[in-house]
Design a protein around this ligand. Structure first.
Ligand code: DQA
Length: 138
């Protein structure tokens, strides 16, 4: 099972960024634990603050991987391009948000990812990525 986790802008600051909302663990530390726990899976991780690089990565994995776990962060709410990329590829995409975006500002309630995602996991903290992973291993 080949799975890629793709994180969008500002998620490189996890651990430092608004810890009351996003927690105090870095993504790298969390990812290491995931790799150990799910050693039978081939896990990849990519983060970028640049919209086009996220689209490139979705295209790169989108015809060969078994699953994409995508937290497009702020681009979730603005990016027609990322929404179109998800529509274009064959690999199923699970949309993840660390925070419960529906408890937050109304601009966070809009998603260009959701209409074409296989599933959506919001508000479970970093555990949401693991829940997404488990959904692919069923
Ligand atoms: C986020 C929610 C987005 O609204 C925000 O812009 C982020 C992170 C989340 O994981 O909760 O950067 O995607």
């Amino acid at each position: 099972m080949r799975i890629v986790i793709i994180n969008g802008p500002n998620l490189n600051l996890l651990g430092k960024r608004e810890p009351g909302i996003y927690g105090s663990s870095t993504f790298e530390a969390f990812f290491e634990k995931l790799q150990k726990k799910y050693a039978e899976m081939e896990l990849h991780y990519f983060q970028s603050n640049i919209e086009g690089e996220l689209i490139d990565k979705i295209q790169e994995f989108g015809f060969s991987a078994d699953g994409i776990i995508l937290n497009a962060a702020a681009y979730t709410h603005t990016s027609v391009g990322i929404g179109d990329a998800i529509k274009a590829v064959e690999t199923p995409v699970i949309e993840v948000h660390i925070s419960n975006v529906y408890q937050r500002e109304t601009f966070r309630h809009q998603s260009y990812i959701s209409p074409n995602a296989t599933g959506i996991i919001v508000g479970f903290g970093l555990q949401g990525y693991e829940l997404a992973l488990q959904s692919f291993s069923k």
